[in-house]
Ligand binder design. Sequence first.
Ligand code: WT7
Length: 456
Amino acid sequence: MKTVTPPQSSTNGTNDANPAKRTHFDDKGNFKVVWDSSIDVWWHEAVADVSSECPPVWMDAEDPLFMLYTSGSTGKPKGVLHTIGGYMLYTATTFKYTFDYQPGDVYFCTADIGWITGHSYVTYGPMLNCATSVLFEGVPTYPHTSRFWEIIEKYKVSKFYTAPTAIRTLMKFGDEPVKKYDLSSLSVLGSVGEPINPEAWLWYYRVVGDSNVSIVDTFWQTETGGHVITPLPGATPTKPGSACFPFFGVDVVLLDDEGHEIKGEGEGYLVFSRPWPGMMRSVYGDHERFETTYFKKFPGYYCTGDGAKRDKDGYIWVTGRIDDMLNVSGHLLSTAQVESALVEHEAVAEAAVVARPHTVKGECLYCYVTLAEGHNYDTALITQLKNKVRGKIGAFATPDFMQLAPGLPKTRSGKIMRRVLRKVAVGDRDLGDISTLADPSVVEVLFQHRPKEAKV
Ligand code: WT7
């Protein structure tokens, strides 16, 4: 336990507003705060006169609980409104079944609390189940790349939930930073936020889970409140890269362009034909926008905006946002497919693919790659990567453009903003709203790294 040393005297005037500069560890490893009486108060003093009773305020089940603005891959952000009864029922239930929560479990979700995963599966779901949780504020690579694994060992975490982007980031440091720690407490590993490529799924399963855990690839959205397609640990035989089957009460339907239901094997728009308790109730301040965004394209269905495939065994494979689909010479392919092929190459830590207009093909592939430690971006590598995609998907999918991306434009929830990448691909600086990016400065760096041949 670190100790906080009481203030000796006020040091007013010597501190600036940056809290990081006011705290440090001394030689003995004790945590020190430089006291500023203009802003600091002691907790025990502040709570001394406060009643320990906090009577609940009774609300209607359909009263608003909170709203969260979705990052909006197109257009202006929407205030997704959730209500008290349905949302809490749904997060409590999905938490319990998706993670097979049992008393005694130690649960660790790495999400930022300010976003939907942090709301549903750091705050409401676990707390409604009285679960013991690890709360974490920070990044997985600081002060070292074993941060998550160290925490899992230290607190004997049994259920762990993170995003494919974190898994791929950590994968690039190899197995050793994971294997140094005893992770035998783990029994369920969750993934959320985007399609997880089979390579990352298998690494998560084999290296982090020691081939002895259940992987739950949970598909859902800010709008759905909680998991809507997910395997149940120990009960659903999984396939790497598939979110498997609908959660209880969710009716998954695939539609073709004309709105006809696709039965059995096939690929189409992922929609739901029945409401479920956790679904959003409105777009804050604009109910009409709620109706047009989610219900207008296919009347009678909730439209996720994602595409999905159903295989012969009935498994659902979410292929990504419909606007992340591209059509090269009449071949429809998802950006996720191409990204998955690229990250199979050992030099590639992360890849993002967008469509660029092409006079002959309609659209062509423009691929951004972030390299793993110790690899160089040169013509030999570019050729290898193009061949990799070609070999994996087909000649029509050979990328026309490859670009090095020291960093990718991501929202704070880790989602790649492909809208921005499409602009960089064509050299268009009219970027629209990029205020939800975690680090907007990566965009300028990307413009500087555009390959020569892309400039025509
Ligand atoms: C979009 C929703 C859900 C909380 C975090 C993101 C994509 C999410 C998966 C998954 C494939 C996934 C979809 C979805 N997505 N999870 N397991 N497999 N795609 O919430 O910001 O509202 O994004 O994330 O495209 O529509 P969000």
